[in-house]
Design a binder for this molecule. Structure first.
Ligand SMILES: *[C@@H]1O[C@H](CO)[C@@H](O)[C@H](O)[C@H]1NC(C)=O
Ligand SMILES: *[C@@H]1O[C@H](CO)[C@@H](O)[C@H](O)[C@H]1NC(C)=O
Ligand SMILES: *[C@@H]1O[C@H](CO)[C@@H](O)[C@H](O)[C@H]1NC(C)=O
Ligand SMILES: *[C@@H]1O[C@H](CO)[C@@H](O)[C@H](O)[C@H]1NC(C)=O
Ligand SMILES: *[C@@H]1O[C@H](CO)[C@@H](O)[C@H](O)[C@H]1NC(C)=O
Ligand SMILES: *[C@@H]1O[C@H](CO)[C@@H](O)[C@H](O)[C@H]1NC(C)=O
Ligand SMILES: *[C@@H]1O[C@H](CO)[C@@H](O)[C@H](O)[C@H]1NC(C)=O
Ligand SMILES: *[C@@H]1O[C@H](CO)[C@@H](O)[C@H](O)[C@H]1NC(C)=O
Length: 426
């Protein structure tokens, strides 16, 4: 007892600066932004200088039919990243579809051009028109520019503007997400080929190693019950199957890119990670123990929440806690695996009425109280195409239809900016 007290006192001394340090001096000891690689320590995400980091950002969709990040027919990449910075945010959750990588392999290691992609998804006439508008706003692009080069260009701009990139595998088949009957719900679902998924994660982790702003990657967006296949639900929609698929996927990313954080998502559209913090039995004798993995300090939990009709903040907070936020509380004796938890999706209609709900005020106070990271759905004004409708307007979008201004300035000022200020540590 005495010895450990002595040791911790020595450690405390060692951790103290020799002279009174200003923040500037501390910064000077680091390399350059983003001061990666990031790691985790308990419930915190740290940069390479040991600063606590909290994500405060937004989703930028790129996993729909065209497989090209949205909005470029209305804005430059720099303009869209600039909108994020205007709100004080520090991270983008950039989504992609595995189909983009499948195409690359199917075409003899050749990525598809954006012109071809737009024409295929929107038809020749509209695809060409949208392509021309994209090039007008982003003059470094041409008919030869490929889809993945757009992702590269976004990452480069994020580096220039100091915005972290969190790369998210949203779907296998490129289209709007998510329904339980869309064929992309669970490992082995009609359009969710596990072999191709692992190959895609590995490919993107390798490619993104070259992006200075890449700090984290997800395994899969919103796992859910594959309700159009009762056999698959009965046989496989469970935590043991989750474990059997998630472990190789973590390894696929870590082996390609040992620096990136890896976000683990749960069942029920990623609203449920309940057995992971407590190391409960997952069935088939599986238990998730962080200590089983050499890269344990790279693992983060992500959760989504769309309880937009909530009427009781106390009960919403209680369910968030047992769904996985208990991972951030090492003082809870039932918690075995302590992790940072990031709410990688939440959101609501961008209109004056919606942001004053219990849902919104509760999430704001909860995440502010625990300094929990988040990304709002969605930094967009619309989509090239969604569910068959071209130039689809996104009423939940932070941006107006033509991506030039905020859709609901009052929401940004009253909700988003205070949440950024309340949660972002660094
Ligand atoms: C990170 O935050 C925790 C909790 O506030 C604190 O104990 C720790 O000292 C912080 N670490 C750094 C490097 O700021
Ligand atoms: C596209 O690539 C071809 C062959 O590499 C080249 O000849 C052509 O000039 C390029 N076109 C544009 C618009 O960059
Ligand atoms: C349901 O999923 C299983 C396992 O992937 C597959 O073998 C089977 O063909 C699927 N059934 C239907 C009707 O799609
Ligand atoms: C998954 O795709 C691969 C090609 O990459 C194919 O060989 C394999 O049969 C597919 N698996 C299933 C279950 O369809
Ligand atoms: C779990 O482990 C026990 C003891 O090793 C073994 O008897 C049992 O068959 C295992 N169960 C499953 C489902 O693998
Ligand atoms: C809110 O939920 C809590 C916990 O479930 C409950 O104790 C409380 O009575 C509820 N409050 C209201 C106003 O319904
Ligand atoms: C093509 O674009 C025009 C407007 O620019 C739109 O009216 C039309 O519906 C689009 N075509 C399809 C198939 O969506
Ligand atoms: C964008 O849309 C807004 C209305 O939502 C309009 O006032 C503005 O003129 C539009 N800008 C462009 C460049 O089309």
């Amino acid at each position: 007892m005495h010895l450990s007290k002595l040791l911790s006192f020595t450690q405390l001394l060692l951790s103290l600066p020799l002279v009174t340090s200003s923040p500037a001096r501390y910064l000077d000891t680091r390399a350059s932004w983003p001061y990666g690689p990031l790691t985790t320590k308990g419930r915190w995400i740290l940069d390479s200088a040991g600063h606590n980091i909290t994500y405060a950002g937004a989703n930028w969709p790129g996993a729909a039919d065209t497989m090209i990040p949205e909005g470029l027919q209305y804005s430059s990449i720099a303009g869209i990243v600039g909108k994020l910075k205007e709100m004080g945010m520090n991270v983008i959750r950039l989504t992609y579809a595995i189909e983009m990588v499948d195409d690359y392999y199917a075409n003899g290691m050749k990525d598809t051009s954006i012109l071809t992609s737009f024409q295929k998804a929107l038809g020749t006439a509209n695809g060409t028109a949208v392509f021309n508008a994209v090039v007008k706003n982003n003059p470094t692009f041409s008919a030869n520019t490929t889809r993945m080069q757009v992702f590269d260009a976004i990452a480069a701009e994020c580096l220039a503007q100091e915005v972290y990139v969190h790369l998210d595998n949203h779907m296998s088949k490129a289209k709007w997400c998510c329904n339980t009957d869309d064929g992309n719900s669970w490992f082995g679902d009609t359009e969710f080929n596990v072999t191709n998924w692992l190959r895609g994660l590995h490919y993107m982790a390798t490619r993104a190693s070259g992006w200075g702003a890449l700090v984290s990657m997800s395994l899969r967006n919103e796992l859910r019950s594959p309700d159009d296949n009762a056999t698959l639900v009965a046989d496989a929609y469970n935590w043991a199957d989750w474990y059997e698929n998630v472990v190789p996927a973590m390894k696929a990313i870590n082996s390609a890119n040992p620096n990136t954080l890896i976000f683990l998502s749960g069942l029920g559209f990623d609203t449920d990670m309940s057995p992971i913090p407590t190391a409960a039995s997952l069935g088939s004798n599986y238990t998730f123990l962080k200590t089983d993995f050499a890269f344990a300090d790279k693992l983060v939990i992500e959760l989504h929440n769309y309880a937009t009709t909530a009427t009781n903040c106390t009960s919403l907070e209680a369910s968030l806690y047992t769904d996985g936020y208990n991972a951030m509380n090492p003082a809870d004796p039932s918690v075995v695996n302590v992790f940072p938890v990031v709410m990688t999706e939440w959101g609501h209609g961008q209109d004056a009425a919606t942001y004053q709900t219990v849902y919104q005020t509760c999430l704001s106070s909860y995440l502010t109280g625990i300094k929990g990271g988040w990304m709002v759905w969605v930094l967009a004004g619309g989509y090239y195409i969604r569910e068959g409708t071209q130039d689809y307007d996104e009423t939940w979008g932070l941006l107006n239809h033509n991506w030039t201004a905020f859709r609901d300035e009052a929401d940004v000022v009253s909700v988003i900016e205070p949440m950024v200020a309340g949660t972002k540590i660094f």
